[in-house]
Design a binder for this molecule. Sequence first.
Ligand SMILES: *Cc1c(COP(=O)(O)O)cnc(C)c1O
Length: 388
Amino acid sequence: MSVVANRLVQVLGAVLPGDGPKALHEPEFAGNEWAYTKECIDSGWVSSAGKFVEEFEARLAQYTGARWAVAVVNGTAALHIAISLAGVRRDEEVLIPALTFVATANAVAHCGASPHFLDSEPSALGLDPAALHEHLARIAERSGGGWRNRLTGRRLAAIVPMHALGHPVDMPSLLEVAGRYQLPVIEDAAESLGSTLGGRHTGTFGLAGTLSFNGNKIVTTGGGGAILTNDAEFARHARHLTTTAKLPHAWRFLHDEVAYNYRLPNLNAALGCAQLERLPDMLARKRRLAAAYRNRLAAEPAMQFVDEPPESASNFWLNAVRLEVDDVEGRDDIIGALVAAGYHCRPLWTLMHRLPMFQGCARAPLPVAEKLEKTVIKLPSSAKLVQN
Ligand SMILES: *Cc1c(COP(=O)(O)O)cnc(C)c1O
């Protein structure tokens, strides 16, 4: 085992005592999950109507401070609808980070548009507003009422920052650049439920934000997602498009546009209501785990804890460490050794422009994202690794 892998195994052993493998992120069901799902099943309302969906939406809005929350089947569907409602059309370009989970890019493609990849900010991993500004100054030109990419001729239709691993992007700076180029902002907050910047929740800065409740996220509904917005018309249209655009009527089937069956089932929402009750406790334990990693890694000159940015409180969905390695092979040797030792560490995502379906897409220079891709490793981060 390499010296670095060996040191990291010791750090992990000190932070995560006890036997048995340590998963990257596991769900935790320790509250009303059984009670609410049983109540849901006993009521007979397990599908796309029922009181838990509305309750879940109300609790999400209340918790995040968004005026509206629309619950949907998963985070990708939430992104698809939100990006589409931002006015993105076929053959346009949507600016997204190259360093993200594939769902962000897929949702753009689901709208018939092309992702246009941007570089990351080195410490918090998300979009870098300064690099974005420089890039747009080079490639954007006025066209009609908006802006287009002068290299491809396509309209620049929206921007989708992603709060990577839970760490908030510098939204005030990003909104300023987006405003100059008349770009609506949809935040991919799939990983950052509970994270705040200047006291405000991620997902509530832009025109809309999206959440995911997949099994590996901080709160899970099995599968699920939500759209957050302060815009009443956006919320109304999102709800309509995700429920087959059915017009209200006691028994007639009238639908007024091509739409989707994206509504979150009541059974999943029941689980979500119980999970949200425990979110503050899970956040507190994840914060303690992050502090333990931070303290241990501070003594390691060749390793750097990926910390929350200033003025922010991250949910520390996934803790991560930055190492001095030269290439992906070096990184993977270390991960292999950690996994063999029972610590289910993982790399960041393969950058989107390397994936076969997105290789031809427009992109900014990506020096920071390329460096992060090979030097950052995600560490076991479940709230259940820390007991009260
Ligand atoms: C999890 C995730 C999503 C949405 O994923 P679903 O599995 O569709 O709920 C979107 N973007 C990012 C960055 C994610 O991590």
